[in-house]
Structures are given as C-alpha cells and as structure tokens.
Design a protein. Structure first.
Length: 160
C-alpha cells in the first residue's frame, strides 16, 4: 500500500513538472482586449516593403476589414497586382490573434504576439515613424539550437 502511495505521488510530481516545462503551459496568457485597443494599431495600415539581413525584399499590405479584424496581404513582388496570401488577426472574446499567435500587449507604438497552437516564436511590431516600423521575431533555444532573433525593417510604399 505504501509503495502505491509513493508511486502515485512520484507520478503526480512528474506530471506537474512536465506541465511546467511544456511550451504551451509557459506561454503568456492573452489580455482581454477591446476594439479600442485594436484601434491603436491604425498606424500600421498601408502597403509596406520589408527588408532584413540576408532577406530578399518582400511586400505586404496591412488593412482593417472592420474594427476587430486586421488583414495582412502578401504579394510576390513590388508590382502589388496579385495577392499571394492573406493572414487575419481577429478580436474574439477579448483575444486578438489567429491560430498561430495571440497578442499579449498593445500600446500606441506596437503590439507583442506570443505563440499559440504549434507556433514557437514570438514577435513584436513596433512603430519607428509614420513611414517605418520594424518586426522583431524571437525564437527560444531548443535542443542544441541557441535562441535567435531576426529583425525586418518595414518602409511604407507611398501611394499604394
């Protein structure tokens, strides 16, 4: 009987330890956001050219479909005549994000996203000026891979 109690206690401790180490358990819980919070991101509306170290230029358009949905259109080139992909970040039940990411904080100059679902990296969109912002992506250390960070500089394409 004592052996069974000890074995149960050990299993319970291991279960709690596994949950504590689980990437899902360690993820930042999302705040309860409102459309007023989402409206702080209006500065990101527009068409942008992205660049980074060892990164070919890329082209995206950020647009609000309504007060609670931000759509991000990706284009294959600077012609901007064909949308290659569209990602949506939606406010639902106080959470702002999509199946891969959820916002953890929003202010007048940026937004932080934490991984949700199978995603592993976090990222921040941060306003630099009216015509520039940067996206900072961060990946945690995993196995024998060190933690890493990548920064993309976004410049507004005027008139688009």
């Amino acid at each position: 009987m004592t052996y069974r109690v000890i074995a149960s206690a050990v299993l319970l401790v291991l279960l709690f330890a596994a949950c504590k180490r689980s990437p899902v358990a360690n993820r930042t819980s999302a705040r309860n956001f409102s459309t007023a919070d989402i409206s702080k991101l209006r500065w990101i509306e527009g068409t942008w050219r992205g660049s980074g170290v060892d990164q070919a230029p890329f082209f995206e358009r950020y647009r609000f479909e309504n007060g609670s949905t931000l759509a991000v259109d990706s284009f294959p080139d600077e012609k901007l005549d064909k949308v290659e992909d569209t990602s949506r970040f939606e406010l639902k039940d106080g959470r702002f994000g999509n199946e891969g990411y959820v916002a953890s904080s929003i202010d007048d100059n940026g937004i932080n996203f934490e991984p949700a679902g199978k995603s592993k990296n976090s990222f921040r969109w941060e306003r630099v000026s009216d015509n520039a912002w940067k996206a900072t992506l961060k990946w945690p250390a995993e196995g024998n891979k060190p933690a890493r960070e990548r920064i993309y500089n976004m410049e507004r394409i005027q008139g688009k």
